[in-house]
Write a protein that binds this ligand. Structure first.
Ligand SMILES: Cc1cc2nc3c(=O)[nH]c(=O)nc-3n(C[C@H](O)[C@H](O)[C@H](O)COP(=O)(O)OP(=O)(O)OC[C@H]3O[C@@H](n4cnc5c(N)ncnc54)[C@H](O)[C@@H]3O)c2cc1C
Length: 556
């Protein structure tokens, strides 16, 4: 926690040095002592300190300075740090001016030069001022701050990215908190930059304007560049299946890299509570599971590159080569595809335009708290929709689950149906589907088609969360890897037709259980044809596949 600051301003360098020396010897253990020889420079410095979220306890300025006198400086500085105690240094001749300034300009004290001995003429008064200041001082947040607006898709993307990568941050909605003095001071300190939202402020005082996750990733230490160009095992996708493969691969001595497009954790990372994962009787959040798995993988030396997207793959002899969105390539002996599935898009007018501005795919963990006291619609009838509804019910006034069928029983686990029944602020609207969404800059209303009455109802809504099934995005694999007609990857026995191995297969053995039609290229988890779409099965497949990789590598 950085110490609060005592800032003194004097154009006379001897006086400035003397005051800094006396402040440091008495207060240096508890405060940071800073001096400036110009009021203009000090005002710039104060703005920078504001952007770093530093605290200023005392401003001490000489009254007689060229261009700007001490009173004017203190008045200006008050706009940036209104809670700092303000004191003037005056010569005897200026006493009267100082006294009237105290009355006009809310200055807390004035000190006569010279102040020797300080134990008599400086410290007792400063002790009083600083004691007062300490009484109402609350340490400021010392991490990343994100300034944006709730309905901006770019602000949403940034918050979602930071949350899913477990980067702590403070969110400042500049519209909602426009009347908050702290927000005003921060925006003033930013000046014209304050319009370039989202703005991300870092504790070192640097800032990124109108920024995107990839820029922030580098600043917060997420790695997007591989350390070497060759690995024993490369894994594309950092969901439960990819993370399990990474942990097992690296723990068994394979030089392993994992490439993740958004944030480790995958779909599971969006789950508010996974209740059926072995060993966690009280359930655990997907975020927690992901965080633990990442730490475990890193402990074994896995290199995690994120956010980084794999966009192509090819083979050169026994080498498997992955091409990244940034044009870099990584080679490996064994490649594992663990890219899971992505939410299916809801096809209704207005949906794409308002995506991120009231319309969200998936859990929207970052949004749950913003929905406090509001009405929330959840679209879908599977477990993921049920879990999300339970999570939103903790914050929202009411949650309505829109489900096409006549109830949840055909699509949702009984334990969730029971929980939903026992939650008074969740309502299930059966035979209902979203036919259109409305709003100018953000979602304001939705049209719901009621299939039982064949009518359409238009209802007010600020947020809808869509959970309507998912599909693999495997186009980037080109023609290299065999897939079923929905894009899921075929592996092992699924590749054998009429007792024959897949076309182009040259090895004497058949493909291993989780191996694709390309030797040494494996697929695990939800992306695999016929997989059980569960965390435990993804983890199981990721772990088991490593055994086949060892067998494969022993013959390469
Ligand atoms: C809200 C929700 C709640 C759920 N609750 C439960 C539950 O309670 N219990 C349970 O057992 N299961 C649950 N599931 C299902 C479970 O989360 C999935 O079965 C599991 O996450 C699948 O793991 P996976 O690793 O195969 O894929 P995913 O979790 O989908 O991870 C795939 C990862 O690959 C990344 N990726 C994709 N393409 C690329 C690319 N080209 N380059 C780089 N990276 C890429 C993605 O960003 C993603 O992070 C839930 C799912 C959701 C969405």
């Amino acid at each position: 926690m950085p110490k609060p600051i005592l800032l003194s301003v004097d154009d006379d360098s001897d006086v400035l040095r003397a005051i800094e020396r006396d402040l440091r010897s008495q207060y240096g253990a508890e405060y940071r002592i800073i001096g400036s020889d110009s009021p203009e420079g000090a005002l710039d410095l104060l703005k920078q300190l504001k952007l770093r979220n530093d605290s200023v306890a005392l401003l001490l300025a000489d009254q007689r300075m060229p261009r700007m006198d001490g009173v004017t400086f203190l008045q200006e500085a008050m706009h940036v740090f209104p809670d700092a105690k303000r004191a003037l240094l005056t010569a005897y001749a200026d006493t009267n001016a100082a006294i009237s300034a105290i009355n006009q300009a809310s200055i807390n004290y004035f000190f006569m030069k010279p102040w020797d001995p300080p134990a008599e003429h400086l410290y007792p008064q400063l002790d009083d001022l600083l004691g007062d200041w300490q009484a109402s001082y609350r340490p400021t947040f010392q991490g990343i701050r994100v300034l944006g607006t709730r309905w901006s898709p770019r602000s949403y993307e940034m918050r979602d990215f930071l949350a899913r990568n477990h980067v702590p941050y403070q969110w400042i909605d500049v519209e909602l908190s426009a009347s908050d003095p702290e927000t005003k001071q921060l925006l003033d300190a930013l000046g014209p930059d304050s319009t370039e939202l989202p703005v991300v402020l870092f504790p070192d005082g640097s800032k990124l304007l109108d920024t995107a996750p990839a820029d922030v990733a580098q600043k917060v230490g997420l790695r997007t560049r591989a350390q070497t160009s060759f690995y024993d095992l490369a894994i594309v996708g950092g969901g439960p299946a990819g993370l399990a493969a990474a942990v097992y691969g690296a723990s068994e001595g394979l030089h392993t890299v994992m490439i993740e497009r958004e944030a480790p954790g995958g779909q599971a990372g969006m789950s508010s509570r996974i209740e059926n994962y072995l060993g966690f009787p009280m359930g655990l959040s997907g975020g927690d599971l992901a965080r633990r798995a990442v730490v475990q993988a890193q402990r074994f030396g896995v290199e995690i590159l994120s956010p980084l997207e794999a966009v192509g793959v090819r083979t050169e002899g026994s080498y498997r080569i992955i091409k990244m969105a940034d044009e870099c390539e990584i080679s490996c002996h064994a490649l594992m595809i663990a890219t899971g599935v992505q939410w299916r898009r809801l096809d209704a007018p207005g949906i794409d335009r308002l995506s991120g501005a009231g319309v969200y795919y998936g859990g929207g963990a970052t949004e749950a708290m913003s929905c406090k006291g509001e009405m929330v619609y959840v679209v879908g009838g599977a477990n993921s929709a049920g879990q999300a509804a339970m999570n939103f019910a903790k914050y929202a006034e009411r949650v309505v689950i829109l489900v096409r069928g006549e109830s949840l029983s055909a699509t949702m686990s009984q334990y969730l149906i029971d929980q939903i029944k026992q939650t008074p602020n969740i309502q299930v609207w059966a035979h209902a589907s979203v036919s259109e969404v409305h709003g100018d800059t953000h979602l304001e209303e939705i049209s719901v088609l009621c299939s039982d009455s064949n009518t359409t109802e238009r209802v007010p809504a600020t947020s809808i969360f869509i959970f309507i099934g998912a599909l693999p995005r495997t186009d980037w694999l080109g023609d290299l890897i065999e897939r079923d007609d929905r894009g899921f990857i075929l592996t092992g026995p699924d590749l054998i037709r009429d007792g024959q191995p897949p076309k182009g297969w040259t090895l004497e053995r058949d493909p291993f259980l989780l191996e694709t039609n390309v030797p040494g290229l494996f697929a695990v988890g939800d992306v695999r044809h016929g997989s059980v779409k569960r965390v435990a099965s993804g983890v199981g497949e990721g772990s088991v596949a490593v055994q086949f990789i060892h067998q494969y590598l022993s013959k390469v």
